[in-house]
Write a protein that binds this ligand. Structure first.
Ligand code: PNS
Length: 186
C-alpha cells in the first residue's frame, strides 16, 4: 500500500523538494543487503527484519569472494540465509561477485542496506558508502542499527567462540549452529 504523500519513510511526489521519486505503482523501493555472512548471525537477521519493514523488496546479497577463505561455501551461506529468512515477507537471497553497485543496477536496487553496531563500524562503513556513491550516485546507502542484544555479535567472533568450545546459543539461528557443529565436530 502506498502511504499518503509525505507520511511514509520515502519522499513521494509533492512531499518536498527531493528529486528522488520512487515509482508510485511499486510497493516500495528495492534494497540490497550485502555481506559475507560467514556465517549468518541473529544480528544479520535482526537487520533483515528491519529492512524488510522499510523496503518493498530486500535482496540479501552474499559476496562470492575468491580472495577470502570463508568457512562456508557461497552455496551454504545462501542456503542458510534462505532457510532463516523463509518466513520474512519480500526477502530474497542471491549471490554476487564484482562491484556491488553493478549488482544493484542489475537488480534495480536504489538502496544498499548496512548495519552499524558501534562507532568502530562507522569508519569502514563510511568509506564503503562514499566509494559506492562515487561509483554510482544513484545508489543510496542506508544504515540501520541492530538490536542492542546483538551489538557485539560478528561472524568472526561466532566462529572463534564456537571453535574454542564456547556457547553461541541465541546468537545465531539454530540451523547455523547445526552447520557449525557439522564443520568442526562431526
Ligand atoms: O560482511 P562484509 O564482509 O563486511 O561485507 C562487505 C561487502 C560484501 C559489503 C563489500 O566487501 C562489498 O560490497 N564487496 C563488493 C566489491 C565492491 O563493490 N567493492 C567496492 C565498494 S567498497
Amino acid at each position: 500500500m502506498t502511504p499518503p504523500a509525505g507520511t511514509g519513510p520515502f519522499p513521494t511526489k509533492g512531499s518536498g523538494p527531493s528529486p528522488t521519486v520512487f515509482p508510485e505503482t511499486a510497493p516500495g523501493p528495492t534494497a540490497l543487503y550485502p555481506g559475507s555472512f560467514d556465517p549468518p548471525t541473529n544480528g544479520h537477521l535482526d537487520l533483515i527484519e528491519r529492512g524488510a519493514r522499510l523496503f518493498g523488496r530486500l535482496i540479501v546479497a552474499v559476496l562470492r569472494n575468491a580472495e577470502k577463505a570463508p568457512l562456508f561455501t557461497t552455496g551454504e551461506r545462501v542456503e542458510m540465509l534462505r532457510e532463516a529468512t523463509r518466513s520474512i515477507p519480500h526477502v530474497e537471497v542471491a549471490e554476487f561477485e564484482g562491484l556491488l553497485v553493478d549488482f544493484a543496477r542489475q537488480c534495480g536496487a536504489g538502496a544498499v542496506l548496512r548495519g552499524i553496531r558501534a562507532i568502530s563500524d562507522y569508519e569502514y562503513e563510511m568509506q564503503m558508502a562514499l566509494m559506492n556513491r562515487r561509483l554510482d550516485p544513484k545508489v543510496e546507502t542506508v544504515f540501520l542499527m541492530p538490536a542492542e542484544a546483538y551489538s557485539y555479535v560478528s561472524s568472526r567472533l561466532i566462529k572463534e567462540v564456537y571453535r574454542l568450545g564456547g556457547s553461541i546459543q541465541g546468537l545465531v539461528p539454530p540451523l547455523v549452529e547445526t552447520r557449525l557443529r557439522a564443520k568442526w565436530r562431526p
